[in-house]
Every structure is written in C-alpha cells, then in structure tokens.
Design a protein around this ligand. Structure first.
Ligand code: FEO
Length: 164
C-alpha cells in the first residue's frame, strides 16, 4: 500500500541523508589519504559504499510501495580536524545524527500508522546500533594510541583488511 505524502517526504529526507553520509565518508577517505593512511582511507571508502546501499534500500522500499523517491540537495560539511582521531570522531557524530534521524522516521511512521514500513525502519534501527558500535570502537582505539605513529600504523593495517 502506498504511504502518505508526509511519510514519503520523510523517507526522501533519509535517502538524501544517506547519500550525504556517503559523500562525507568519501571526503574523510581523502583526508586520510593525505595523511598517508591508506588502510583507514580504504575503510572509509568501503563505508561510503555501504551508505549508498542504505539509500538504495530506502529507494527500493518506496518504489515497491508505489511512492516516488526524490533525492534532495546534498551538502558535504567542511572538515576541520587536527588529527586522525578527530576524523573518526566526525564519522561517529554523523552516525549518531543518522540514528536520531531514523528514530524520527520511526516516530513519523508510527504517527501515520504505517505498518508496512516497520520492517525497513527496524532494519535501520539495528544497523545504526551496529554502525555506532563499529565507529565508536575505532575512536576508542585511536584515543588509546594517542596519535602515536606505530599505533596509528597498526590500526591502519587492521582497517585495511577489515572493510567497513
Ligand atoms: Fe547509513 Fe552509517 O548510516
């Protein structure tokens, strides 16, 4: 069954956020390449691809419901970071914002009594718990090594082989 116009707009906003998130991860990858940390950069690029997958999942849901997904304006925030830890903290903060946006989408769907969108939104709620945990763990490890070169190179090597 087709979802309401209001909910369609809410989903559209989330689609745009996921594309924005992909672009943010690509920019973070660039920042890491410039710091000679190719493993971390490759992790960021892999994560950007995951974000595109999130947008596609939302688009597929709307199309299946006979709604019209619309991609809005995408802005990539300028990145100000003095060190590698801060780059990953930017990613963590962005994930926390996405989680809140998903909760808003959940509330909107509940208000509308839109039962059909529940499985899709539930998937995103679980995914966000996992994403915050993954990025939070990397931030924790980076804080532990405190920008020490050998520590950074070890994490760089680990992330090179872990994917997103
Ligand atoms: Fe699609 Fe990392 O949130």
């Amino acid at each position: 069954m087709k979802m309401s116009e209001d909910l369609e707009v809410g989903f559209g906003r989330q689609i745009t956020r996921e594309f924005g998130s992909a672009m943010l991860y690509r920019q973070l990858a660039i920042e890491l390449e410039l710091r000679d940390l190719p493993g971390m950069a490759s992790w960021m690029r892999a994560h950007a691809t995951e974000e595109l997958g999130h947008a596609d999942r939302l688009i597929a849901h709307l199309v299946a419901r006979g709604n019209h997904p619309l991609i809005g304006d995408i802005t990539v925030p300028s990145i100000k970071a003095d060190n590698v830890t801060e780059l990953f903290e930017i990613a963590l903060e962005a994930e926390q914002e996405i989680s809140e946006a998903i909760r808003e989408l959940y509330r909107l769907a509940e208000e509308q009594g839109d039962i059909d969108s529940r499985p899709t939104i539930d998937w995103f709620i679980s995914e966000q718990i996992e994403e915050e945990d993954t990025v939070g763990e990397i931030v924790g490890r980076l804080r532990m090594v405190e920008e020490d070169g050998s520590g950074l190179l070890r994490i760089d090597a680990e992330l090179a082989s872990s994917g997103a």
